[in-house]
Design a binder for this molecule. Structure first.
Ligand code: ADE
Length: 400
């Protein structure tokens, strides 16, 4: 693969000589050319920027040096070949593993590193219309860097390692984070028992020492699901959520569950009472009769492990609006929190919605920051105004 990078800081790209990427270059798998944009500026100061039309802060990169640089780079291919032009920028499409894979299929990539407030917009049109390049603006993430160079280093590394021969052990590409929508499982090496402090032994999970390859594969898969649920719930879809819950028994609650539901609610809502500075929260105070009434008015699901009630969620068509699926009393036993079970139970609750549902609706303490973060990550947004219960906020999420 051929890669050209146009930048005002060629030295910034020096790391492309190191490690596996440097080796790939020396092995002839990767042909990298770095160009100084200032070589295409012809005034005494070799200037590449100017003030923005329409006013505003900062400077804009001038069109002429960029046009000449891209013509020089893009016009030098054999037999009319043209590179795909990638312009890193915070306003671009997200750079994902899938896009890295797509770019790795291209024989030739050119990266144009913007600085300041960006490149004069006419350069993009020029590259597409007059040079015939496919132009992609690509963002590393929702934050702003000072320029495209760091993004190019990241993208070139992610792309180049997918090229045949760059990574010695191609198998190591298969079970990586993002390859199949899940994060990777935790890894361990020797010693099996590591004394991290005097008398404090940290052991490798015994299954990894068992030699039972089936058990190891199952354990690793479960770890990937739990990690993804805990760290990146946005990546998890309901089939994954089902797998997270696979080790548990899910059932529709009956009156026989009422005493345990009352006990688990109290255990789970103590932290809510603390966060919101009040004990006046229904799930903390409900009587057995009120819990039983809840089971009658909603569909409640219980989640059990070895017979023990460890989680629950309930849902119903909202009484005043049958396009809303109202979800509530999402709880996971305190000792099992932080493993993505709550997120999986929420996805399970969502998946029970009837066909006419337009949106999910739930309610949490106005100061329950942890819950608010979890719900936000799961796609919920706070509805403006006060919640349906004093001291709470309502959140909704459109059904996809
Ligand atoms: N240039 C500035 N910010 C960037 C970002 N987030 N991704 C890619 N290029 C950038």
């Amino acid at each position: 693969m051929r890669i050209d990078v146009v930048t005002i800081f060629p030295d910034y790209l020096a790391p492309l000589d190191l490690s596996l990427i440097g080796k790939a270059r020396r092995d002839g798998l990767l042909d990298v050319h770095v160009h100084d944009l200032r070589d295409f500026a012809h005034d005494r100061h070799r200037s590449v920027d100017d003030t923005p039309y329409g006013g505003g802060a900062g400077m804009v990169m001038k069109p002429q040096p960029w046009a000449e640089a891209l013509q020089h780079v893009g016009g030098s291919g054999p037999q009319g070949a043209r590179p795909r032009l990638v312009v890193p920028g915070p306003g671009g499409m997200p750079f994902t593993q899938a896009l890295a894979g797509e770019l790795a299929e291209e024989p030739w990539l050119t990266f144009a590193c913007g600085r300041y407030e960006g490149i004069d917009e006419r350069v993009y049109d020029y590259a597409a219309d007059e040079l015939g390049l496919e132009v992609s603006v690509v963002s590393l993430g929702d934050y702003v860097l000072n320029g495209g160079e760091v993004a190019v280093l990241a993208m070139v590394e992610a792309v180049a390692r997918l090229l045949p021969g760059v990574i010695g052990n191609a198998e190591s590409l298969v079970e990586e984070s993002h390859e199949d929508g899940l994060l990777e499982y935790p890894v361990y090496t020797k010693p099996a028992a590591w004394e991290s402090a005097p008398g404090h032994i940290r052991e490798v999970p015994p299954v990894l020492l068992s030699g039972d390859h089936g058990a190891i594969a199952n354990w690793r898969h479960q770890q990937r699901l739990e990690r993804t649920a805990a760290r990146r719930p946005d990546l998890l879809h309901s089939s994954h959520a089902g797998a997270v819950l696979a080790d548990f028994d899910l059932a529709t609650a009956t009156p026989a569950d009422v005493p345990e539901l009352l006990t688990l609610s109290r255990a789970c809502w103590v932290t809510e009472a603390r966060a919101n500075g009040t004990l006046d929260i229904p799930p903390l105070l409900e009587t057995l009769e009120e819990v039983a009434a809840g089971i009658a008015a909603w569909t409640t699901w219980t989640m059990r492990a070895g017979g023990r009630l460890v989680g629950s969620v309930r849902a119903r068509v909202a009484p005043d609006d049958d396009s809303l699926w109202q979800i509530g009393r999402l709880m996971v036993a305190p000792d099992l929190q932080g493993r993505g079970l709550g997120r999986a139970l929420l996805a399970f609750g969502e998946a029970q919605a009837p066909p006419g549902t337009a949106a999910y609706w739930l309610n949490t303490g106005a100061r329950s920051d942890r819950n608010l973060r979890i719900y936000r990550k799961a796609g919920y947004r706070v509805r403006p105004g006060v919640g349906s219960i004093p001291g709470t906020v309502d959140l909704t999420k459109p059904r996809r």
